[in-house]
Write a protein of this length. Structure first.
Lengths: 137, 137
């Protein structure tokens, strides 16, 4: 009852929040998501908050925590569908969700995640190549 | 400023369930007077911060929701009242980043930024009363 389902979607985890959050629910989500990232070795977390009309400092902090913990486990977090009124209110409240990627909708969020992960893989490869170039001939 | 109170309701706050109910009732009142979506979001977010302070610091209290009107405008006034420990230095508590609870210290200053009127009265050992007003537009 106090849980939001987490769907596995390839290397990504997808969470759709359908109800307004209260503290217990948000805390459970943080726990469940962090566990799921570790268990499935997920590379990305996508949180759809398009149905959420209130994000206060508690919920905002939870989203920030999820992003920070995920990053430690090598996964990126994207929050999608934030309502304009929610975004404006968060800034005025003083919690502009720094360090969390955002996208307009799930599709764009997926694309952003793919790009982030692709980009990291690419830059790793690029670095490896550069190292090779440094080798004396 | 003479202000008339048109419609009011008191709710007890002691559990997270009460908070959910309170936010729903507040939303109903705000919708009924035709408050803009952005102002509703600001009002409910500010209220969410203040009601959490009741639960965290005083454990219980009550909130009064009122539809108020002066000659120029109509809005919602919410009064948050508890008989908890009170605040020793209110000026400090209103500063961004001040927290006795190892938290972000965003609740009071953030809530203040989100509303049109903000008043706090607190007596150590006796309790705290916070009053806010958000006009319809
Ligand atoms: N109702 C209250 N009763 C007693 N003390 C309070 C009450 N509300 C706030 N305070 C005191 O004022 C401080 C600042 O409150 P504020 O809501 O701004 O920050 P916080 O609750 O510490 O952190 P945050 O709200 O960001 O999680 C609190 O740390 C607490 O000491
Ligand atoms: Mg607080």
């Amino acid at each position: 009852m106090d849980r939001i389902p987490i769907l596995k979607f390839g290397h990504f985890l997808l969470v759709t929040i359908q109800v307004d959050m209260y503290d217990r629910l948000a805390l459970n989500l943080e726990n469940d998501l962090v566990n799921a990232v570790s268990k499935h070795e997920a590379r990305g977390v996508l949180i759809d908050i398009s149905a959420v009309s209130i994000v206060d400092s508690f919920m905002g902090r939870i989203i920030g925590n999820i992003a920070t913990m995920s990053r430690i486990m090598d996964a990126e977090t994207v929050v999608v569908g934030m309502q304009p009124a929610v975004a404006i209110t968060l800034v005025e409240l003083g919690l502009p969700l720094a360090g969390v990627h955002t996208a307009l909708n799930v599709e764009k969020g997926m694309a952003l995640l793919q790009e982030k992960i692709g980009l990291n893989a690419h830059s790793d490869a690029a670095r490896a190549e550069e190292d090779d170039d440094d080798q004396p001939e | 400023m003479t202000m008339i109170s048109l419609n009011k309701e008191t709710l007890k706050i002691g559990t997270e369930q009460d908070v959910i109910l309170f936010r729903q009732r507040l939303k109903e009142y705000a919708t009924k007077i035709g408050m803009s979506l952005l102002n509703q979001t600001k009002l409910i977010t500010a209220s969410s911060e203040l009601v959490r302070n009741i639960l965290v610091y005083a454990k219980k209290g009550e909130v009064l929701i009122e539809v108020v009107s002066d000659r120029l405008q109509t809005g919602i006034r919410v009064t948050f009242k508890d008989q908890g420990p009170g605040i020793a230095d209110v000026q400090k508590a209103l500063q961004d980043g001040y927290s006795t609870g190892k938290s972000l210290g965003l609740g009071l200053p953030g809530a203040k930024r989100l509303v049109n009127f903000f008043d706090i009265q607190s007596t150590p050992g006796h309790g705290t009363t916070v009053t806010i007003i958000r006009w319809k537009r």
